[in-house]
Design a protein. Structure first.
Length: 214
């Protein structure tokens, strides 16, 4: 316990850094995932092509490579932001591709007849998607979206290699101070466990309230 009690501030700072990355990147991933899922099912061919390219490129790009491209590449083009913002962009964009596919799968579970009925009533594509399709699709994608955001929380550990304050990076500080490396990682694992269980519990509550009965 002395590893934790003697360095509680260090662990707390790292945990809060990971929590902040997870919250902001999750918000960005959900927003972009929703937009790209809308593009993937849009009647406009150029939007479908853009959404497909976004998903294909990001799902098949290693996250570490994306971090290098964003954190080290963008400043070369004059875009200079705090490394934490770059980390949120990398995590959010990467995860948005997976959120997009989860949402698209949920949209495909809604019968085509409902969309046709909405259009027969004079609804536009945007109105049909927002008022008819997405509310039903949302109920079926709660568990997979939760799993995707849990993966995002664990992927945030990569940010520590790019001078971003997060939980895994605390091991370097404690190792330099001579603490047992095994117990250092044990408490880091506990921190990630707390975070992922909290996300899991949140989505479990959402599923019980709004999920599709099976």
């Amino acid at each position: 316990m002395n590893v934790l009690t003697d360095n509680f501030h260090t662990y707390a700072e790292g945990f809060l850094g990971t929590l902040e990355l997870t919250v902001y990147a999750s918000a960005l991933a959900l927003l972009l995932g929703f937009v790209m899922a809308s593009f993937r099912v849009a009647p406009v061919g150029s939007l479908r092509a853009f959404g497909t390219a976004w998903v294909t490129v990001l799902r098949n790009t290693p996250l570490t490579l994306l971090f290098f491209a964003v954190l080290l590449g963008l400043p070369r083009f004059g875009l200079v932001l705090p490394f934490q913002v770059f980390a949120v962009l990398a995590l959010g964009c990467y995860t948005s591709a997976f959120v997009c596919e989860v949402l698209r799968a949920g949209i495909n579970t809604v019968s085509r007849g409902q969309g046709e009925a909405a259009r027969s009533l004079g609804m536009t594509f945007g109105q049909t998607l927002r008022l008819v399709i997405l509310p039903q699709a949302f109920r079926s994608v709660i568990p997979p979206v939760g799993s995707t955001l849990i993966a995002l929380a664990k992927n945030s550990a990569i940010a520590g290699a790019f001078s971003v304050t997060e939980l895994l990076g605390t091991y370097r500080t404690l190792s330099e101070l001579g603490y047992n490396i095994v117990w250092t990682f044990v408490w880091i694992a506990v921190g990630y466990l707390v975070l992922t269980l909290a996300i899991s519990a949140l989505f479990h509550v959402m599923e019980r309230r709004w999920g599709v009965a099976r």
